[in-house]
Structures are given as C-alpha cells and as structure tokens.
Design a protein. Sequence first.
Length: 314
Amino acid sequence: MHTNTSSAIALLELQSLSLSDSHVYPAFLFGTLLYVVIMSCNLLVLTTIAWCKKLHQPMFILLFSLPISDMLGATAFFPQFVMSIVTRSRLISYPACITQAFLIHLYGTLNLLSLSAMAYDRYLAICFPLRYSTLMSSHILVKIIVVVWLSSFAILILLFALLVRFRVCRRNLVDLFCNNPSLLKLVCDDTRLNDYYGLIFIVIIQGGPALVMLFTYMQILRTCLVAQQSDSRRKAIQTCCSHLIIYLILQINTFITLISHRNESFPPNLRRAFGVSVLLFPPLFDPIIYGLSTRELKKGIKMFLRRHLICVRV
C-alpha cells in the first residue's frame, strides 16, 4: 500500500456535462445567477440575525450556523462548476479536488448537526416552556454550537486523512463534483478501512440526527396534541413543519447519494442528480423557508431592508 500523501496524477477529470455549444452560455448565466441568489439570500438572513437584537435568542443563534454552512457548500461547488462550463474544461487539480470534497462534506455535516441542535431547542421551548431559559442558557448554547462545529471538523479530518494516504491511479471521477466516495474510486489499493469508516460516518451523520429528530418531534407532537391553547399549538406546528421540510430535503438526498456509491446497479445519472440536489436545494430553500415561515425573522428582514433601503436612497 502506498502511503505517499501526494497524488501520482496531477489533474483529475470530472464527469462531462455534455452541453452543446448553444447551451454553454445560458447554463453559465443560470449557474452564476443561482449562486448570486443563494449567497444573497443567506447573507440577508445572517445580517438580519446579527443586526436585529430581538433575534438574539437561542433559536436564531443556532439558525446562524445554517446560512454559513449553506454559503460554504455553494462556494465550494458553484464557482468551479460555472467556470468549467464556460472554459469547457472539466479538469481539476488533485489538491483542489480534495479541498472541494472536504468543504462539501463539511457543509452537509454542519447542516445535519445544526438542524438536530435546532430540533432540540424547539423541543425544550415547546415541551418545557417554563424551564426553557434555564435548560437553554447562554452557557449551554455555546457548548452546543462548539460541539456541532468541532465534531464536524473532527469526523471529516479523520475521513480525509484516511483518503489522502493513498496515491490515486485513475483520473476520471464519476461525479460532477469532488467527494470522498468518488475520490476513493480512483484508488487501486485496499480501501476496506476507508469503507468501514465511511459506513460509520453515514451512521453517525445520518442516523444520529435522525434519532434526535424522531425523539424531539414525537415529544413535540404529543405536547401539541394535549395543549389547550390553539394559538401556541398552531405557532409551534408552523415552526416545526418548516424545520422538518428542510431537514427531510437534506437527509433524504444525502442518504441516497452516499448509499448509491455503494450500489453499482444504481443509475449513474440519477446518483449525480441527487448529488447536485444536495448542493442546490438546501442552500436555496433554507433562507426562503425560514424567512417566510418564521414570523420574527420575516419581520426582522423587512425592518432591515426598509432601514437600509432608506439609507441608500438618502
């Protein structure tokens, strides 16, 4: 087994986009516009939470991590993707591919763990409203945020440390962007240890949040069903429904994408479509869904835009 961390092949080739000449510039403009919209919407949510003191609550402070990771994932994918469209080159250097893969996996991991932390926060707020300020103190909130970020980095550093110890012997990636499973397929050595850790990674990152979501939402549903006040019940269900939609979009797409790499009979084009959807739909829909469904955030965004649009006109 080779233990040299440098790749024997300097340039790798991503899967072809198969675009005709007439579709190159429309695809480039569409991809660029999509990236600008994603970054603008998520940046608007970030700045609104930071600017509006009324949003300095545990729920929105935990939400703060979501647009950060969404922008991270979009930036890891879209600039390289749209540039490869206009240059008609699907080549990428090995170090750049490793960097893109790490950032994309970090985006997915942070999103799933952040959504789990937000579900736990909603569980405490709805099921224990009188004790909420104690159970979700600023000290505990900081601990949760630190655990989410540090655990994400720790899990992924080990995952990629196991990958970069190999020297790749192939250059054609099977996906439209770099990721750990597609990079592992370029290795000709024994990768069983990586496969085992990959399964553990899926169980931790997919199974852990799934259990948290299942437990918290069962408790929230039980509390809402026995609640006497219809207004509080409706508000709780509205908040939780938007959160659940975002979680399911990411969880289902990510799970299918990761598992499809372990099933050779899975249609390659379908796997690529699910892979791109992981990087497209959550960063695009997260700020829209939260901005429209969360009353406090929606009000904060309106105030922020009104205040700054007036300043720009003056």
